[in-house]
Structure formats: C-alpha cells, structure tokens
Ligand binder design. Structure first.
Ligand code: ADP
Ligand code: MG
Length: 244
C-alpha cells in the first residue's frame, strides 16, 4: 500500500469528529444573577463513534448538545467539530458549518410552520444547492414512513409525525455527525424501533458519528459510550462494545 494512503487511514482512525474542552455555560437570570448550567465538560468523540448523553431533566443535556453542534456559543471552553474550532466563528460561519456537516434532531422539532413536510426537508438541501432536493427529500420522508404526509403542514401532523419530519430533514443532508435530542421521545414503540434502526444504519453505512440524548436505556445501551450528566457536571462514563 502507498505510504501516504496508509498514513491517511491511520489519521482517519484517530481523527476526532468532536472535541470538547473545559466547556461551561452560564445564563443570566431575570434577577440578574448568573446561573451555571454546564461545568467544565471535557470529552472527545472519534469519527464514526456512537455516543449517548443521559441524565435527569434539567441536567444540561440539550444545552450541551446545542453547544457541540454550534447552535449556541459557550461562556467558556472550546468545541472543535470536524477539525473546525467553533468558538471564534461568527453566527453565519457556524450556520455554514452546520449545513455542511451537522444533522440535528431537535427535541421540539423546530419545523417551519408555513412550509409543508416536504418543503421543510428540502430547505437544507436547497441551501447547499443540491440538484435533486425534492427527490432526496421524498426518499427520506418515505424511509421514515411519511410518504402519505408530504404536503401536510406541521400543525396538521401529530407530534410523532413532526419528529419523523425532523429526522428526515437531519438525515437527508448526509451529515458527518448527527445530534439527536430524545429522537424517540414522541414515538410509540414500533415507530421508535424503526427510527432507532435508521439512526444506527446511518452510522453503519455512511460512518456518521452519532451523539444521542435519550431517556431510553435501550437506546443508550446501543451506543459505544455513555456520558451521564447531573446538575451540569459529568457524573460518570460508561464504555462498552457497541451492540448495534
Ligand atoms: P435537559 O435537556 O437535561 O433537560 P437543559 O439543557 O434544557 O436540560 O437545561 C439545563 C438547565 O439550564 C435548566 O435548568 C434550564 O432551565 C436552564 N436553561 C436552559 N436554557 C436556558 C436559557 N436560555 N436561559 C436560562 N436558563 C436556561
Ligand atoms: Mg432536553
């Protein structure tokens, strides 16, 4: 084998898709005091890995996910995603990085209310000038079981259906890293199982790195590592051979 190819493969094997260093987040309360929500969080996620963040409600999971994906900027510490340091980037630059590399399944869906399911999934594809945006959007909506709901507006969809639109939108962009905030939280058992299989299939077939926030112990067990948060601090780590 060519030495340079060999070196590249070694590099890829050791590449971190996400590197979080001493990350802390504070919010100013209405009373003017500072509220610490995340304290000194540090971890690395190798490319292609699967990772779960668990912990009680209010422990900072959604905040941590948003900072890792560049949706928000931390009070202190550093986030490097796909070798790009997010800390000093403008909002526009972070949006560009997200559109190119990141898929995000929001806990509260964040669909655009004036667009149909199909149009919602097409938005990020059109932003990156994808030629066959509509074809891809239809394919993904079909994969999540929504081919009969393409022209429905978010208010005409159930919570579970909106969640599946959000998942189709995140997947269709072929992200290098997928962040999903309780992706099965609004789904019944059968739908949840189908979506979880799709998520891990993305990891297997495209090498997509997965970062999942979940209350579902079964879903957490399928990832290779689990970070447990409590009161904004790392309570413990679990590492295992992935089952999926
Ligand atoms: P989890 O996802 O684990 O339930 P969150 O990350 O949503 O937790 O929230 C962690 C804590 O941070 C909560 O106490 C929440 O009230 C607080 N918080 C989150 N976002 C804000 C904000 N924008 N301003 C003030 N407090 C916030
Ligand atoms: Mg949350």
């Amino acid at each position: 084998m060519d030495l340079r190819i060999y070196e590249f493969l070694i590099f890829m094997e050791h590449k971190n898709m996400l590197s979080v260093q001493a990350l802390s987040q504070q919010y100013r309360t209405a009373g003017g005091e500072m509220l610490g929500v995340l304290h000194d969080i540090t971890f690395d996620i190798p490319a292609g890995d699967t990772f779960a963040i668990v912990g009680p409600s209010g422990s900072g999971k959604t905040t941590l996910l948003g900072l890792c994906a560049g949706l928000d900027r931390a009070s202190s510490g550093s986030v490097v995603l796909n070798d790009i340091k997010l800390d000093d980037l403008s909002e526009d630059k972070r949006a560009e990085v997200r559109n190119l590399y990141v898929g995000f399944v929001f806990q509260n869906f964040q669909l655009i209310p004036t667009l149909t399911a199909l149009e919602n999934v097409m938005v990020p594809l059109e932003l990156r000038n994808e030629k066959h945006a509509e074809v891809h959007a239809r394919e993904w909506l079909e994969k999540v079981g929504l081919s009969e709901r393409l022209h429905h507006y978010p208010t005409q969809l159930s919570g579970g259906e909106q969640q599946r639109v959000c998942i189709a939108r995140a997947f269709s962009n072929q992200p290098k890293i997928l962040f999903a905030d309780e992706p099965t939280g609004n789904l019944d058992h059968d739908n949840a199982a189908g979506i979880v299989d799709l998520i891990f299939e993305l990891n297997r077939s495209a090498g997509t790195t997965l970062v999942l926030v979940t209350h579902d112990p079964e879903l957490a067990r399928r990832t290779r590592r689990t970070l447990r948060l409590k009161g904004g601090r790392v309570e413990n780590w679990e590492e295992r051979a992935a089952l999926s």
